[in-house]
Ligand binder design. Structure first.
Ligand code: CP3
Length: 363
């Protein structure tokens, strides 16, 4: 494993990434922009031929752990014209630092071993010094910032405590989150102890990413929509809130993302974030009204639309832009990650279309 020391990392030329030069950063702060900024969750991945070519030679974790490779992959979507990059890493990496063994099993997804099931398992979690355990990610941030030369900013990210806990407790992906919710209900003390550890590590990790040069952060609570609003408030909100509040002094915009959150958007907003990311199961205008116009909104094209005929793509992009209604603070994105089957040309087409349509708008 590559664990290079990365002390003394400083962001190169921070002044080149002010909101005045980046429509993405401006929109995060709800400032007017010439074009609606656009990027895609999972924009560096298997749908790109150059990614697949590299993947033939390296394992997924290997690529993430070699900063030169991770930086190379992070930069790949530049050719599509996106307005920001997102670090090539995975939300599950901090679980490795905590002592879980992580493998990606073809056809099955991530496997975490051994799964966490009780108080003893929480007591066994390793202490984490993020600069050491996740230094390779911080080194990647540094390399990307140096290579991108101010063209677009770089988003750092982490998984939110609930989504991370679900992978650790289920031992991988899940449909009903049975074990996760059972631990929550049967042994709340252990649940809270685990969430507390996850929140601490995540906050330290995100702060380190920003120190290394990340200019925005996204907190992925991908699976939080599995919870009732009451359970979200009782078992999850305080931890996500602690992380988001704990980043406030750094001055970088915080994007708070989840799927299936239509029934709990005011709670997500209460937990924090300068921008709330939503999926396609709710109309963007309704979602924005629910979270409030004093935060930005990110979303919310159904990723499957990228596999549809061009006229359908165009219609759906238009519909989302119409719902955003030219209000400053919209960042165009999918409602969830890009699918491996997606034609690359369609991704470039959406970037072009979002930019063009917002220019035609006369802004
Ligand atoms: O967005 C980006 O381009 C940045 C990189 C990124 C990855 N994972 C790389 C990756 C980001 C932001 C993530 C986040 C992530 N990882 C989430 C939250 C976002 C979401 O989609 O909900 C989750 C839940 C994970 C966990 C994870 N990692 C899963 C479920 C999988 C799929 C497993 C599989 O077998 O396909 C991964 C693997 C993964 N992470 C890939 C990539 C590009 C697949 C690539 C490959 O196999 O080469």
């Amino acid at each position: 494993m590559h664990t290079r020391p990365i002390s003394n990392l400083q962001s190169p030329t921070p002044e080149t990434h002010s909101p005045t030069t980046s429509p993405f950063l401006a929109a995060c702060w709800r400032q007017p922009t010439d074009v609606t900024p656009v990027w895609f969750m999972r924009q560096a991945g298997r749908y790109m031929p150059e990614y697949r070519a590299l993947r033939e030679k390296y394992g997924l974790l290997e690529m993430m752990r070699i900063p030169e490779l991770a930086a190379q992959v992070t930069l790949m979507p530049l050719r599509l014209g996106v307005d920001t990059l997102i670090l090539f890493a995975d939300i599950l990496l901090p679980l490795v630092a905590l002592g879980f063994d992580l493998t990606f099993v073809p056809g099955k997804g991530p496997v975490l071993d051994p799964p966490l099931r009780n108080a003893d398992d929480v007591a066994r979690l390793r202490p984490v010094k993020v600069e050491e355990a996740l230094g390779y990610v911080l080194e990647t941030v540094h390399l990307v910032r140096a290579a991108v030369e101010g063209r677009v900013p770089l988003i750092g990210f982490a998984g939110a405590p609930f989504t991370l806990a679900s992978y650790a407790i289920e031992g991988g992906s899940s449909r009903h989150y049975l074990r996760t919710k059972r631990l929550m209900y049967e042994d709340p003390q252990t649940w809270h102890a685990f969430m507390d550890r996850l929140a601490d590590v995540t906050l330290a990790y995100l702060r380190a990413q920003v120190r290394a040069g990340a200019q925005a952060i996204q907190l992925f609570d991908s699976w939080v929509g599995a919870l009732s609003p009451a359970d979200y408030r009782a078992y999850v909100l305080p931890y996500s809130q602690r992380i988001l509040d704990g980043l406030a002094d750094l001055g970088v915009p915080r994007i708070h993302f989840g799927t299936g959150t239509a029934g709990m958007l005011p709670l997500l907003r209460e937990a924090g974030g300068d921008v709330i990311g939503v999926d396609w199961r709710i109309d963007l205008d309704r979602a924005w009204a629910l979270v409030g116009y004093d935060v930005g909104i990110q979303g919310n094209l159904d990723p499957v639309v990228l596999l549809a005929p061009r006229e359908v793509i165009a219609r759906e992009v238009r519909r989302i832009l119409r719902q955003a209604n030219g209000r400053p603070g919209h960042i165009f994105n999918l409602g969830h990650g890009i699918l491996p089957e997606t034609p690359v040309e369609n991704v470039a087409f959406v970037v072009e279309m979002v930019h063009q349509m917002t220019i035609d708008d006369g802004r």
